[in-house]
Design a protein around this ligand. Structure first.
Ligand code: 2M8
Length: 419
């Protein structure tokens, strides 16, 4: 069984491979997405090391001069996705979006470095990527933490990767829709509209794109200009884990300046994470930076915090919280607490299970000595594949496959789980 699943996953990676980058799935997402690519490369590394490195190299070939790595690279013309390059208007040689995504590259590169059997290749490819990843991290702390709090904000829900999470609802209400130009969504033509964000959310997504476009995508202005500034513990945990992995790699590859800077970001960030902890919810919460208050929304973002080296007692509390959640659903980890009124088992990031998040949470729990809960998450992930194939996401109550099918990062994570 495990061999058949592995082979099927490898077939999906091949099918979505466009030579130097991989699309998340045919039709719904026809371009290169940032964190999809980094996590996909981990799966590819089990099959073809050189191809895995190329996936990340291609992404960083499109890094902006200020250090940002965009969330989409529009390598080829394709009308099947909205919003395309004509909406973003970032005026890049190869069109890109103008916002970023969870910075998982540092973690991915370290993981692929450790796996690569050709050690000369590993040192050369990682060595070339390190300064670029460091520049991206520096960009984050400069552009998305202008007050120097130690934690970065997202300024658009798409940056979080958890596009329509309940976490953003209240802050998103304050984003107006005045002046939004008419548009036609394409996502609802590829996937079931009941599994996707609402029209009202899309209007606000586009409002923010138009606002930032009007500021010429100048990252010295965007953070302060955005009516949406949210500090997500999951997003910051990914950044801090990547800082830690970057520092270790930089030591190995004799790049002490990069290591020192990454450790400085890490120390400040880990200390600041404590301000996001909620005893009442038993997990970390998002901070609405505009209001200065924690958002009382028990989502997966606060559990993903375990991907960073948070204190042992916090990781243990998250383990307990996951055990309780595991009694409420058949498949861990639901992207929102099933007891919350806003929980929707089918709608995208408002309830369904995502295998990439399962992977990162399980990895973090394993590092923190919470092996039993991690094992349950991995077992549930494999059970979902056996029951429902390689979907974009799944209903945590009965495993119904949702969103796009034959999904790249789902396949990549399964390869990693089985290897
Ligand atoms: C989803 O987001 C895109 C926008 O970036 C979309 O819905 O159009 C999210 O699940 C995101 O996390 C993911 O990277 C992307 C491609 O898989 O799809």
């Amino acid at each position: 069984m495990a061999n058949a699943i592995f082979d099927h996953a490898a077939e999906i990676l091949r099918e979505n491979d466009r030579g130097t980058y991989t699309v998340p799935t045919h039709g719904l997402y026809p371009f290169q997405w940032n964190w999809d690519s980094c996590l996909t490369a981990i799966g590819q590394a089990h099959i073809n090391e050189d191809r895995a490195w190329t996936e990340i190299d291609t992404l960083f070939d499109h890094q902006w001069d200020d250090g940002m790595v965009p969330h989409i690279v529009f390598h080829q013309h394709d009308d099947g996705y909205f919003p395309g390059p004509d909406v973003w208007q970032t005026h890049r040689p190869t069109p890109t979006s103008g916002i970023t995504q969870p910075p998982v590259a540092g973690f991915a590169v370290r993981r692929i470095f450790d796996m690569t059997k050709d050690r000369d290749m590993a040192r050369a490819r990682a060595g070339a990527l390190l300064p670029k990843i460091a520049a991206w991290h520096d960009w984050f702390f400069r552009s998305r933490d202008p007050q120097g709090t130690g934690l970065v904000a997202i300024i658009h829900p798409w940056e979080s990767g958890r596009d329509n999470s309940v976490d953003w609802d209240a802050a998103f209400e304050r984003v107006p829709t005045t002046g939004v130009l008419p548009f036609v969504r394409r996502d609802t033509q590829h996937a079931n509209p009941d599994h996707r964000p609402t029209q009202a959310q899309y209007e606000r997504y586009i409002y923010l794109v138009q606002l930032f476009r009007g500021l010429n995508w100048d990252n010295t202005k965007l953070h302060d200009a955005s009516p949406f500034q949210v500090v997500d513990p999951g997003f910051n945990a990914i950044l801090l884990r990547s800082c830690a992995d970057l520092a270790d790699l930089a030591d190995t590859l004799d790049q002490p300046g990069i290591a020192a800077q990454a450790r400085a970001h890490l120390a400040r960030g880990l200390a600041a994470m404590e301000t996001l902890w909620s005893d009442a919810q038993g997990q970390y919460l998002c901070l609405d930076r505009t209001l200065g208050t924690l958002i009382q929304s028990p989502s997966i973002g606060g559990l993903l915090a375990t991907f960073a080296a948070i204190p042992q007692h916090r990781a243990a509390a998250i383990g307990t919280r996951l055990t309780i959640l595991g009694e409420k659903v058949t498949y861990l980890v639901p992207s929102h607490d099933p007891d919350a009124a806003e929980f929707d088992s089918l709608r995208y990031w408002r309830g369904p299970v995502w295998l990439i998040v399962n992977y990162m949470i399980a990895d973090g729990l394993q590092q923190a000595g919470q092996g039993d809960v991690a094992a349950r998450i991995v077992a549930d992930s494999i059970a979902l594949i056996e029951k429902s194939g390689f979907a974009e996401y799944y209903d945590p109550t009965d495993g119904t496959p949702c969103g796009g099918g034959r999904f790249t990062w789902t396949a990549a994570m399964v390869i990693e789980f089985l290897a």
